[in-house]
Design a protein around this ligand. Structure first.
Ligand code: ADP
Ligand code: MG
Length: 867
């Protein structure tokens, strides 16, 4: 909103910022250009006058798993390839020009990738003028006759507009005329052949409802924003061929009404379409030259053409512009040709150019961000900061979005396949932009003077001229005619020439005539007074009538005001509710999305649950099988262990019995030694069978475990070979085995029966005892012991070790061990064996895997110290 608002007069209410609650969405239009001659594939189809459909190009389709992607986008209106520049103008720009003339601001920009037709749309080409020349033409067609003289309006340097007095304006005009050689206003159309036919007089447009009681002036500026720098394209810089000055960038400022403007930017007052377009073309040329000189690409710059319309009411006479700055209204229309919206990668820029490209995209990015935040703020009622200041383009147009004005955007698209992906981005931006709302500009209050001043003034002037021409002299009212009429209504006066001193006819006749005239006059006065009084009363009556009518009107006005207020309140309420509903819709949308996500989660969780349950089921059945198997194993193991235990118990029992037997044996030997001491020469008697019955029975358990493997006849030396002396007790019953496996103890006293004498000389004792094993082999046992002196002076042997040797029985060939009762010497064999059994216990255990070889295990019954 660009207006003069300094020092408000009480007549005009101060323009509040968002002075109305009414908002309009940004008008987004889409223009599809025809496919270029070199392009083949068309990706855009216009399916209605508000909708287009995008098809992914063939190559892209293949990339996305053959997925056929189609998307539709809707706009306020879609213009297909056959749309003429005029049609586009009528729909898009004409309303903005009408607004401009009615003191409202407008912003129109073209958006799209390079080559999509932005410049074609905005500027056009000869014979096909774009929105810009057409807008200029419409402005001048509308305000043409009501334009102020040059320099009546004069921009100050703070984005404001002043009204100069006539003298100053005249002086300025004279100065201009003397300075410039160019004709001040081209009187003929088509000045420059370069832009000939841009404006066609046949297609002239005109705004309705132009305030004829105002005076107008048009000012134009033209800037370029490149790399986030602002350049004034209309600045007249004296050309220095020696040291050409690089263009100076301009800065943005905020005026007292918080409107942004380019500080120190040239504003050229123009009086006709041709002049205005000429100025634009001058800037365009300058832009082209600068781009060539500085090696820049024009597609990366934004160009902004600003048309400012100043208007002020005529004074009460309808003669001159009112000399009151506060009555000046300035509205502006910005026509923006934005830089190409493509990504940097597509511009193939390198080095410093890349940086520039980045910046250009940055400013478009900022535009996108601003639109995004604005939309969010409006839809969700948030108050996020809109980053207008991040780029010059958005900063310059800030007031349109947070103030008021009409914003329109023409989205230009090229349907070629190469542009497809960029076009998608453009479409998304366009979609978002349509959801942003901008405050609708309010109608300006009209000036307090009676309307039709200009016409009356003109009519008066016309009439004056006519009459002057008619009479050829100064006109002084209508008095002669009225006088004549009045004079004619009186009776004529008689001749008043006195013939002589005695003429007494003339005077009385004159007196009579005058009296008559006086009477008539009196009558006329009376009549006049009467009529006047009548008129007065009628007027008074009318007055009171009018007064009552006025009162009535006042009353009605009051009511109307109340109604208005009510309507306003209701409107506010509606607005509020609409906003709320929008917000709720937004929330619903979000919730819907959240629900979808949750449902998706739920589904996947359920699936997982099912699969886990199945797994669990499987595991449970697996477990059951395992259990059954384990049960079997446990039972088996139990059985095995029971057997094992039983076996071990038996072995232990046997061992214990053997120990018991050894003890018994010791006791017996001790007894024998004792008895031997008494009967010196008596041969040791074999203990009677009866005597040994009990211990024999005690060891009745299967002492010799049958060995499956044969004993190899190995020569084995006695462990007892050493320095000690041994008593070598070999009972006479022993079979002589001619084997090398014979205990051979050197230095031993050999006895058939132990005697005290021998024992007293030795400290070791060994008994060689033979028996037949169950497999018929002879088992030789070496029962070893230590000799101790007893307290009574005798000797005692403590058994410490038994060694078992096995050998095939040499006599078994002639005799079966257990089938016959008698041996070769006629001695009962069984008794002999039994006798042996009573002397020594034998334990040969067969244990699989024993490291002593199959069937052979050496048992020591006592804790053994190796001799
Ligand atoms: P931009 O400014 O977006 O880079 P231009 O306006 O320069 O694109 O357009 C590129 C070319 O396409 C120009 O030669 C222009 O004449 C042509 N063109 C663009 N739009 C149209 C249209 N609607 N009809 C015919 N030609 C067009
Ligand atoms: Mg262009």
């Amino acid at each position: 909103m660009i207006r003069q608002a300094k020092g408000k007069t009480p007549r005009r209410p101060p323009p509040k910022k968002p002075s109305n609650n009414q908002k309009d969405p940004v008008g987004v239009y889409c223009r599809v250009r025809p496919l270029g001659a070199e392009d083949e594939e068309c990706c855009i189809e216009v399916i209605s006058n508000t909708t287009i459909q995008l098809h992914a190009p063939d190559g892209l389709k293949a990339n996305r798993n053959g997925e056929f992607k189609e998307t539709q986008y809707s706009f306020k209106k879609v213009f297909g390839i056959k749309t003429t520049q005029r049609e586009l103008f009528e729909d898009v720009a004409k309303p903005l020009v009408e607004d401009l003339i009615h003191c409202k601001n407008g912003l129109l920009f073209t958006y799209g990738v390079t080559g999509s037709g932005k410049t074609h749309t905005m500027t056009g080409s000869p014979g096909q003028g774009g929105l810009l020349p057409r807008s200029l033409d419409m402005i001048f067609n509308s305000i043409g006759p009501y334009q102020a003289k040059r320099y009546v309006f004069k921009p100050d340097d703070k984005n404001g507009m002043e009204v100069q007095n006539q003298v100053d304006a005249l002086l300025d005009r004279q100065k201009r005329d003397s300075q410039t050689t160019v004709p001040k206003t081209p009187t003929t159309r088509r000045v420059d052949p370069e832009f000939a036919d841009m404006i066609s007089p046949e297609e002239a447009c005109k705004a309705d409802g132009v305030d004829e009681d105002s005076s107008y002036s048009v000012f134009v500026s033209y800037i370029e924003i490149y790399n986030n720098y602002i350049y004034d394209l209309l600045e007249e810089t004296p050309f220095d061929p020696i040291k050409p000055k690089p263009p100076q960038s301009k800065i943005l400022r905020e005026d007292q009404n918080h409107n942004m403007y380019v500080a120190g930017c040239t504003e050229v007052e123009v009086k006709s379409t041709e002049e205005a377009f000429e100025v634009f073309w001058r800037g365009q040329k300058k832009r082209r030259i600068a781009n060539t000189q500085l090696n820049r690409e024009s597609s990366r710059s934004h160009s902004v053409f600003i048309v400012k319309l100043a208007q002020a009411p005529l004074d009460a006479d309808g003669d001159n512009v009112l000399q009151d700055k506060n009555q000046v209204n300035v509205s502006q229309l910005c026509l923006v040709d934005l830089a190409g919206s493509e990504r940097t990668s597509r511009t193939r820029a390198e080095g410093s150019r890349l940086r520039e490209a980045g910046n250009i995209n940055q400013s478009l990015m900022t535009l996108r961000t601003c639109i995004e935040v604005l939309r969010e703020n409006q839809m969700c009622g948030t108050n996020k900061m809109v980053p207008y200041r991040d780029s010059k383009v958005t900063h310059l147009f800030k007031n349109y979005f947070d103030g008021e004005g009409k914003v329109r955007m023409v989205v230009c698209v090229n349907p070629k396949a190469d542009d497809y992906e960029e076009t998608l981005l453009v479409m998304r931006f366009a979609e978002m932009t349509q959801e942003v709302e901008v405050a609708r500009p309010v109608d300006r209050p009209i000036c307090g003077f009676a309307a039709g001043r200009r016409q009356r003034n003109q009519a008066f002037k016309d009439e004056l001229t006519r009459r002057l021409e008619e009479r050829g002299g100064p006109v002084d009212g209508d008095s002669p005619t009225v006088l004549n009429q009045l004079l004619q209504s009186f009776p004529p006066l008689p001749p008043c020439e006195i013939s002589g001193p005695n003429d007494d006819v003339t005077l009385p006749r004159l007196i009579e005539a005058l009296e008559k005239r006086h009477k008539i006059r009196q009558m006329m006065i009376d009549e006049y007074n009467k009529t006047a009084n009548m008129l007065k009363s009628v007027l008074q009556e009318q007055d009171s009538n009018v007064l009552s009518k006025e009162n009535f009107i006042q009353e009605q006005r009051g009511k109307l005001g109340e109604k208005d207020k009510m309507i306003q309140n209701q409107k506010n309420e509606i607005d509020r509710l609409e906003k709320k509903s929008k917000m709720l819709e937004y929330k619903i949308d979000i919730l819907q999305k959240t629900t979808n996500i949750y449902e998706e989660d739920k589904r996947s969780l359920q699936q997982e649950l099912e699969s886990r349950e199945q797994r669990l089921q499987r595991e449970v059945s697996e477990k059951r099988r395992m259990e059954a198997r384990m049960q079997g194993i446990v039972t088996d193991a139990k059985l095995k262990w029971e057997k094992e235990c039983e076996r071990r118990v038996n072995a232990k029992q046997l061992e214990m019995q053997n120990k018991l037997w050894v003890k018994d044996e010791k006791l017996k030997q001790l007894k024998a030694i004792v008895t031997e001491g008494k009967t010196e020469n008596r041969q040791p008697q074999r203990p009677s069978r009866e005597k040994d019955k009990v211990p024999a029975k005690r060891s009745a358990s299967p002492s010799p475990v049958p060995t499956a493997a044969p004993v190899r006849p190995l020569h084995r030396r006695s462990h007892s070979a050493g320095g000690e002396r041994w008593v070598d007790h070999k009972p006479t019953t022993n079979v002589d085995l001619d084997t090398v496996l014979q205990p051979n103890i050197p230095n031993a006293i050999k006895v058939n029966a132990p005697n005290e004498k021998a024992l007293s000389k030795c400290d070791k004792y060994v008994l060689t005892h033979q028996e037949i094993a169950s497999d018929g082999e002879i088992q030789t046992k070496l029962i070893k012991g230590e000799v101790f002196k007893t307290r009574g002076g005798g000797q005692s042997v403590q058994f410490t070790d038994i060694e078992t040797l096995k050998q095939e029985n040499p006599v078994a060939a002639s005799r079966k061990r257990r089938s016959s009762e008698t041996g070769p010497e006629g001695e009962p064999m069984e008794g002999d064996w039994t006798d042996v059994e009573t002397r020594c216990s034998v334990a040969v255990e067969m244990r699989a895997g024993s490291n002593l070889g199959p069937g052979y295990q050496h048992h020591g019954y006592t804790k053994r110290r190796k001799p």
